[in-house]
Design a protein around this ligand. Structure first.
Ligand code: ATP
Ligand code: ZN
Length: 284
């Protein structure tokens, strides 16, 4: 029995999805242009699909789990479970209009023709904001719709905003912030749930590792108390004596977001020779 995962065949999520599996220690035979492949060292079958089709396949149980953007998940509105956010494919779904057009609030969208591939999300947004506009659903190249006279505004995915800029558009509203998520069929068997949990365990270990750094430093023994108070560690810091009497080496783990703060405090408390090392996997 194998767990079946659906990932995007070719597009912005493909590379990161494959990398995630690889970092979870799963080796796959990635023959180009294949629709399906399997892992050598994990009971996993990989399906390569268009991202738009993935939620439906998961709902139907053709695949057990999948990786899609939250934007696709919300637009398709299928009966699937969102299991974990994966941190890549970050973007936003925004409204944009020609850059020289007046815009003060959502009310200015009234009466406009808006081109989008996200008609469900957009119509919900318009309803919530009591805006009456006409939605033109198109499946691609949405950003050129205003310049060819197809629409007055667009609702499309944006990351840096450079595509909007080069098409003479300005972003006026952010409807949704999105990133990739792992989704699952709602009725997975016990065995498949166990496999999914195994995978999730590995994904979490990777995430913890990325959010933390291993730190080593030297300190005079009379400063150890102060330094240990600054360093939380996974349990508590490791202290090893140096050959040089009166000095110790202190090892610990610090969170990325507190990192610079901690380094400054350590230095102020007499720490020297501070080394910071990336962590590959972290099991809590
Ligand atoms: P497919 O052929 O699979 O239907 P697609 O053209 O619909 O591909 P991509 O452009 O590859 O999709 O984008 C896949 C996902 O990547 C999006 O649904 C979104 O979640 C995410 N993404 C991140 N940044 C961007 C961006 N700047 N523009 C579009 N999508 C982005
Ligand atoms: Zn798509």
């Amino acid at each position: 029995m194998k767990l079946k995962i659906a990932i995007q065949k070719s597009g912005r999520l493909s590379e990161d999805s494959l990398r995630l599996l690889k970092e979870c220690g799963i080796d796959i035979n990635n023959g180009l242009n294949k629709l399906k492949t399997e892992a050598f060292n994990f009971p996993l079958e990989i399906y390569f699909l268009r991202d738009d089709d993935i939620p439906q396949y998961i709902e139907d149980g053709v695949a057990d789990i999948g990786i899609v953007g939250e934007n696709v998940l919300l637009e398709k509105n299928k009966q699937v479970k969102s299991v974990d956010k994966l941190g890549f494919g970050k973007c936003r779904l925004s409204l944009a209009i020609p850059k020289d057009k007046y815009y003060k609030s959502v009310r200015d969208l009234n009466g406009l023709r808006i081109a989008t591939s996200y008609s469900n999300i957009l119509s919900k947004f318009l309803k919530q904001n009591k805006v009456k506009a006409e939605i033109h659903e198109i499946s691609g190249s949405v950003e050129i719709a205003p310049s060819i006279g197809l629409a007055d505004a667009i609702c499309d995915l944006v990351s840096s905003g450079s595509t909007l800029l080069s098409n003479g558009l300005k972003e006026v509203e952010v409807i949704l912030k999105s990133e990739s998520v792992l989704i699952a069929n709602k009725k997975l068997s016990k065995e498949k749930t166990e496999l999914l949990n195994k995978l999730l365990f590995r994904i979490k270990a990777l995430r913890s590792a990325k959010n933390n750094k291993y730190i080593l430093l030297n300190a005079p023994n009379n400063k150890l108390d102060a330094i240990c108070k600054i360093l939380p560690g996974m349990k508590s810091p490791t202290i090893l004596p140096l050959a040089d009497k009166g000095w110790s080496s202190v090892h610990s783990v610090v969170e990325e977001n507190q990192f610079w703060d901690i380094i400054e405090k350590l230095k102020a408390n007499g720490a020297q020779g501070i080394l910071v090392v990336p962590i590959e996997k972290m099991i809590l």
